[in-house]
Design a protein. Structure first.
Length: 418
């Protein structure tokens, strides 16, 4: 930061102190740029209490940081002082008293604006050096008792309007929006909505309470449902896994005479992403969770839609099947689409029979394992999200059928983020 240099024995000038104030202001402004970012508006305080007896608001003290000129006008006396400096930095503006503001109309959304502007105040009659009579002082620069401002203050005043007002030389900041019913006589049922200018304080950033406000822990959807986004959410994180395919059934007593050993089912696809949402426009996300495929059946797809548009989809795994009476092929894994972090197709199930040769028709593992193994007289069901069921081998008697194992259902994992 800049600092003035003062020398012993030198005659002090008014600019020595004026420069000190300007340097301090610019240093604080540049520090604020590092902390909150340049060209950023931040509001703090300004507690807003609607009246239950009339159309007024009580606004508490508060501070606004906003980009503005160091000095938009000359500061100090006209004969000396310092010229205006239009360099823009983050500046502090404050309302130090509780104020009451009247809402001017009903039947509309009205916004409370903070008007940030510097002004010279605290007028006082100052003693000036008298060159003609050094042992006496003058009352004001002309000895006529003229009062001069002694402080340049960054002030916040308030205006209520339905659109942004134009105020020359001021930074106008929306603080609260109020939806006032037509014909209302009081504001008792009106809830002021804070603007984006209100950001969390540094101390809040380190608290668990704030962490809970800006994100939720991961939650699991095991069945299709509607999710309602919280009002503070700006994004949603989604991981979507399709249902696992079922294992192939068997219909023969031995590999020599037919379909003896069925293949395993494929795993459901797995995709993951983070997506922007706007709860004020639409707070509803529709979640569909794919079911696990029965014996010889494909698993169901899992997907999430928002605003009638699909965000991401994971198909279910294909079932194990007999391509010919003695050739059992493992089911393919389900495909995916829409993931912004990854799109991974599910794994394929193991083949079962190939002619007179028999392989273990195990179901494909899902993201957390759980593929069903091949089973005698019945394929084993999968046990983890998206995994495929195992194929069946052999049958208890001629003319009967051994069912393949069921694939495990899909899942949607989600959390809302600020």
């Amino acid at each position: 930061m800049d600092r003035p240099i003062i020398y012993a024995g030198a005659v002090p000038f008014d600019t020595d102190l004026l420069r000190l104030g300007r340097y301090a202001k610019e240093s604080l402004g540049r520090l604020a740029e590092v902390v909150v970012g340049p060209e950023t508006i931040v509001a703090s305080g300004f507690a807003c209490q609607p009246s239950a007896i009339d159309l007024s608001l009580t606004i508490g003290p508060g501070t606004i940081i906003a980009p503005a000129a160091l000095d938009a006008t000359r500061i100090g006396s006209s004969s000396a002082g310092m010229e205006a400096d239009y360099a823009v930095t983050q500046c502090l503006f404050r309302n130090a008293t509780t104020q009451q503001i009247t809402v001017p109309l009903t039947g509309a959304v009205v916004t409370l604006f903070g008007v940030c502007q510097e002004a010279d105040d605290q007028f006082d009659v100052l003693p000036f050096y008298n060159a003609e009579k050094p042992d006496q002082t003058m009352a004001g620069p002309d000895n006529r008792g003229t009062a001069l401002p002694t402080r340049r203050r960054g002030n916040v005043s308030f205006m209520m309007a339905t659109s942004v007002p134009s105020v020359s030389g001021a930074v106008v900041v929306p603080l609260y929006a109020l939806s006032v019913p037509s014909g209302a006589g009081t504001l008792g049922d009106v809830v002021p909505q804070k603007s984006a200018a209100f950001k969390p304080a540094m101390s809040e950033l380190a608290t668990m309470h704030f962490a809970q406000q800006i994100s939720q822990p991961h939650a699991i959807c095991e069945s299709s449902r509607i999710l309602n986004a919280p009002a503070w959410a700006k994004r949603v994180e989604l991981r979507v896994i399709g249902g696992g395919g079922g294992g192939a059934s068997s219909t023969a007593l031995s590999p020599d005479v037919g379909s003896f050993s069925g293949a395993g089912g494929g795993a459901g696809g797995d995709c993951w992403g983070v997506y922007p949402i706007d709860p004020e426009r639409d707070a509803v996300l529709s979640v569909t969770v794919g079911t696990g495929g029965e014996s010889d059946r494909r698993g169901g797809p899992s997907f999430v839609t928002y605003g009638a548009q699909p965000l991401l989809t994971s198909d279910g795994g294909s079932p194990g099947y007999f391509a010919t009476p003695q050739n059992s092929v493992g089911g393919r894994g389900g495909g995916t689409g829409g993931g912004s972090l990854w799109n991974q197709s599910g794994g394929g199930g193991s083949d079962g029979q190939n002619g007179i040769y028999v392989f273990a028709g195990n179901g494909a593992a899902g993201p957390w394992g759980g593929g069903g193994p091949a089973g005698y007289l019945r394929g084993v069901a999968a046990t983890r999200y998206g995994a495929g069921g195992g194929g069946a081998y052999a049958i208890p008697a001629e003319g009967l059928k051994a069912e393949g194992g069921r694939g495990y259902q899909g899942v949607v994992i989600y959390r809302f983020l600020h």
